[in-house]
Design a binder for this molecule. Structure first.
Ligand code: SAM
Length: 221
């Protein structure tokens, strides 16, 4: 994805600490307090311009949502949506997800979304994929027992790689696996920006739903 530099992004982000957090480690273990309720918390890593996380928060006032994105020039578009129409159950966090275990406590997260994550096709970049063993270990450190990870992508090699990684990891079980989401009967599908574009171009959307079992279980081989 080519990144367009947005000149005013940094200033706008700094001006709205009520909507977007740039020093998130201070809230570790205290996110529900930050939301001022005890509702479950779901996060999207790589939320881009925020369409998915914004509409998720709008549709589910009974949950809290956090959109995580590493680039100012991208997340500023999500921030603009929130400034126009604030939602009490939505926060944005500008950070690199490699630090996620320093931002959330064990069991603090009830759901995790990975939508159209960068595929990093070169083998030497594999550890940057958001479903590499490095990241699966970090998710294991923040997810609640029996919580879930939902992944959507148009990229078959990333889909196949992710299935293998989840399958190899003892703490995760693949609950659903679709090779064409739009031919399946799912109860709710909120489109992301990338998804809207890919669907309009006729691409298949691959989908995985993973259950995080927690530490006490062992996979039956
Ligand atoms: N989820 C959005 C969608 O489906 O429209 C955006 C998809 S875009 C291909 C992937 C996004 O993930 C980019 O905005 C990128 O900056 C972000 N991203 C990739 N690696 C990340 C990381 N380690 N931490 C935070 N954001 C990341």
């Amino acid at each position: 994805m080519r990144l367009r530099h947005v000149k005013y992004a940094k200033d706008l982000i700094q001006a709205h600490p009520e909507f977007i957090i740039t020093q998130p480690k201070q809230y570790r273990g205290r996110w529900q307090k930050r939301f001022n309720n005890t509702n479950p918390i779901e996060i999207e890593i790589g939320c881009g311009k925020g369409k998915f996380i914004y509409e998720s928060a709008l549709n589910h006032p009974e949950k809290n949502f956090i959109g995580i994105e590493k680039f100012d020039s991208v997340i500023v578009r999500a921030l603009e949506k929130v400034i126009d129409h604030p939602l009490p159950n939505l926060l944005l966090v500008r950070m690199d997800a490699t630090e996620i275990h320093d931002v959330f406590m064990p069991g603090e997260i009830d759901g995790l979304y990975l939508n159209f994550s960068d595929p990093w096709p070169k083998k030497r970049h594999a550890k940057r994929r958001l479903t590499s063993p490095r990241f699966l270990e970090r998710y294991h450190l923040i997810l609640k027992e029996n919580s879930y990870i939902q992944m959507k992508t148009d990229n078959y090699p990333l889909f196949e790689y992710s299935m293998m990684m989840f399958n190899h990891h003892l703490q995760y079980d693949i609950q659903s696996c679709f090779i064409d989401l739009y031919r399946c009967d799912v109860s709710e599908n909120i489109q992301t920006e990338f998804e809207k574009k890919f669907v309009s171009e006729g691409h298949s959307i691959f989908y995985l739903k993973i259950i995080y079992k927690g530490v006490a279980h062992e996979k039956v081989l």
